[in-house]
Design a protein around this ligand. Structure first.
Ligand code: C2E
Ligand code: MG
Ligand code: MG
Length: 555
């Protein structure tokens, strides 16, 4: 240095010397020589060409967030024109992955010993760094991520217990955010008080904390830790005289029993621990769930099937198809009706079974648009058949969700009207009827459908879902005996006798009975002897596409 004034080069040397001691990024900009130098760690955060670059204004434009370029250019112009001597601007740079990162850039002008105008300063990130959390007094998510990063690739010794406060939102709503902050602090305190020296705790998102243990702890020790924390939290709730009552759930991620490859990124570990905590909450809260790869695979599979279903819907129901299975008279096998059964193929052509995709359609609510599509297509098919079989009926399966969450009565009457068909051509089958008695609104839809002449079938009779109570509540026209019950009635005397009495009882109150699942000659003969009204089963036909069904039954 000459006259205590630095040069661009001495500034660069100074920045290099300090860069490993700072989270922020020092820089020097030589306005006269059109050169810029920034601390090297910035290269692993921002989309910079190098630590040292020239053609500064045009190079800046490659990593400054495009919307902020004009603002920066105007500020630099004011510096160059002498209008201002200090730079202090909050704007965005582009991160390595292309995302915007908020920074505060401060700098001041000075003259170098060789007559160049320099700006020296510092870039700080001002976005949510989450290094530490002043509310809970714990370190934050980015510190946890740094901690995990140092340990990667993960070892079998690593254990992560993710803890969430159950229903934290309600605490905030009922008692205000100040009390919510108090609860966060208290729970953090409970966690810290239970830790052993090899464990460390962090607050991650809102009401979630993570305990990391790298000492090769076993499941029992982590289970004990969770229960100790839970008791401590119970103590706080009691000490506060039950002002707010809350519990905690825990998701434990352990690599000890994983035979397959261990997660190798922080994101992967965070994702798996999040799944573990969500599972604990889904299983009823106030408990710990121990991560199991099988559960996670099922979760991923469900997510995959759900996305295939969504895509199919967006693609005008591509992949969905309706199959029909005949319901026939027992003695001569004459066609009476057809049950509509939904089939689905993923975009890659993989067939997915109804047992798997129907619950996903229900849980996602997608059953509502798909259900509408089913009714319209099934009625179109029915219309064709009624030209030759005037009394032909088509049967569709309805989910409880459809009755609860969509205007089923209106949808059905409108579809009938559009198809030009009377309500008497339609049978609606209800499964999972265990919930039905709970909802007056649903029972009203049921009553209105019955009143206009739509037939009601109680499906799955003889399984856990469907029983005598439903015959009283639903007042169905048909009772469908499920294949599982049919099989029992064919193989043991007790259920056989029970079926005889069910058929008599159903007949004595004027209802019709359909026996499902008849596959063989022998089964048909023995069931027919019991005098059912209708038979459905592979013996007559497996469910088949409309074309095949038409070829078989329409002349
Ligand atoms: P479900 O309504 O009781 O339908 C009867 C099931 O028994 C059908 O299975 C049918 O293929 C099968 N089945 C019929 N006869 C025989 C037989 O002789 N032997 C054997 N082994 N099976 C027979 P699928 O098509 O796999 O459907 C399973 C369930 O999925 C249905 O049971 C129903 O609860 C549901 N499901 C199917 N399509 C729809 C739909 O469009 N909407 C709704 N909500 N549920 C549907
Ligand atoms: Mg059915
Ligand atoms: Mg059935």
């Amino acid at each position: 240095m000459v006259n205590n004034k630095p040069t661009f080069e001495t500034c660069c040397a100074f920045i290099r010397a300090f860069s490993s001691c700072m989270h922020d990024y020092l820089y020097v900009y030589d306005l006269t020589g059109d050169a810029y130098f920034i601390a090297e760690p910035a290269l692993s955060r921002f989309r910079l060409p190098d630590c040292l670059f020239h053609n500064v204004v045009s190079t800046l434009a490659t990593f400054v967030y495009p919307e902020d370029n004009d603002m920066l250019a105007a500020d630099l112009q004011r510096l160059l024109s002498g209008e201002q001597s200090e730079h202090n601007l909050e704007y965005r740079w582009i991160g390595l992955d292309g995302s915007p990162i908020w920074i505060n850039c401060k700098g001041r002008l000075l003259m170098s010993s060789d007559g160049h105008q320099l700006m020296i300063g510092c870039i700080n990130e001002i976005g949510n760094l989450g290094k530490a959390d002043n509310i809970s007094g714990l370190l934050g998510e980015s510190s946890l991520r740094e901690h995990i990063n140092q340990l990667l690739p993960a070892t079998h010794d690593a254990m992560f217990l993710r803890i969430g406060i159950d229903d934290f939102k309600i605490i905030n709503e009922r008692h205000g955010t100040e009390y919510g902050n108090f609860v966060l602090r208290e729970v953090a305190g409970c966690i810290v008080s239970c830790l052993s020296p090899s464990q460390s705790a962090y607050r991650i998102v809102s009401d979630e904390f993570m305990v990391a243990d790298m000492s090769g702890a076993d499941y029992d020790r982590m289970n004990r830790l969770y229960h100790d924390i839970r008791s401590a939290v119970d103590g706080v709730v009691a000490k506060e005289k039950y002002k707010a009552i809350y519990t905690i759930s825990g998701g434990l991620l352990s690599f000890r029993d994983l035979d397959e490859s261990l997660p190798d990124t922080v994101d992967e570990i965070m994702k798996l621990s999040e799944f573990a905590l969500t599972e604990a909450k889904n299983r009823g809260r106030n408990q710990m769930y121990f991560f199991r790869p099988d559960d996670y695979d099922l979760f991923l599979r469900t997510r995959y099937v759900r996305s295939c279903l969504r895509q199919a819907l967006a693609d005008n129901f591509k992949g969905f198809e309706l199959y029909y299975q005949p319901i026939v008279l027992p003695n001569d096998g004459q066609l009476f009706a057809a049950e509509t059964l939904l089939r689905f193929q993923s975009p890659s052509g993989e067939p997915i079974f109804p047992m798997e995709f129907i619950p996903i359609l229900e849980e996602s609510g997608l059953i509502i648009p798909v259900g509408k599509w089913i009714i319209r297509n099934a009625l179109a098919m029915c219309r064709k058949f009624r030209e030759q079989y005037p009394g032909f009926m088509v049967s569709i399966n309805l989910s409880y969700i459809q009755l609860l969450k969509s205007p089923m009565y209106e949808d059905i009457t409108e579809a009938l009207k559009d198809a030009g068909l009377p309500p008497s051509c339609l049978i609606v089958e209800l499964t999972e009827s265990g919930h039905l008695e709970d909802s007056i609104a649903v029972q009203n839809v049921w009553r209105k459908l019955r009143e206009i002449g739509v037939s009601i079938a109680l499906d799955d009779f003889g399984t856990g879902y469907s029983n005598l109570i439903n015959i009283g509540n639903l007042k169905p026209n048909f009772v469908k005996i499920d294949r599982s019950f049919t099989l029992k009635a064919l193989s043991n005397d007790y259920e056989h006798e029970l079926l005889i009495h069910i058929i008599r009882m159903v007949h004595s109150i004027g209802l019709n009975l359909v026996v499902e699942g008849i596959e063989t000659d022998d089964e048909l003969r023995r069931i027919t002897a019991l005098n059912p009204d209708y038979i459905q089963g592979y013996y007559y036909s497996k469910p088949c596409p409309e074309k095949e069904f038409t070829e078989k039954y329409l002349r």
